[in-house]
Design a protein around this ligand. Sequence first.
Ligand code: SF4
Ligand code: SF4
Length: 178
Amino acid sequence: MSDGQQGDSISEELHWIVERDMEKCSLCEVCTKSCKTGALEARIDGNVITIFFRAELCDGCGLCVQRCPEEASILTRIDGPIYATSARILSTSNLLQCLGCGAFFAPIRKLENILRHHPGMELVTSLCPDCRRSRMVVEVIETKRDVEGPALHKTGRKWSWKPVLGDDDPDGPPCPKP
Ligand code: SF4
Ligand code: SF4
């Protein structure tokens, strides 16, 4: 029962506590996506992402610890009642803003980790996935234009590149330039 300060206990016997090593946690959300009970939850508010933990929902399965790529998650068994009824903050980070579209797209801590493991991937830290894809498509088109000439042919639902055909070409008239 309650001690008059903490409210009614949720479990009388034992509970589990998940903690974070903030130096290691990149807020990649692998743990929140692994948690089947809802004890771990990531919330994005504006340009900030925060991971919350609710001890009353944790069954101690340990998946969040096993799957953490940074070994930043720590699970501890507590022999005794639990009184907590509200989410506790485990880790938090600002989100980086895409230089292309202005959207907030990834935790700064996660991008710092990527650069630590893969130096030279600055593009990943400056553009969101959508803008990176768009930029790659433009680069592919520009490269093909440089290599194969200026004609862009649409065949069915796919775009393909061919040299401009001459008027006397048996395959037909040239396609319009893009
Ligand atoms: S604790 Fe591990 S799995 Fe969870 S957000 Fe941090 S780095 Fe990712
Ligand atoms: S131990 Fe299991 S239930 Fe508890 S927070 Fe981790 S994944 Fe969720």
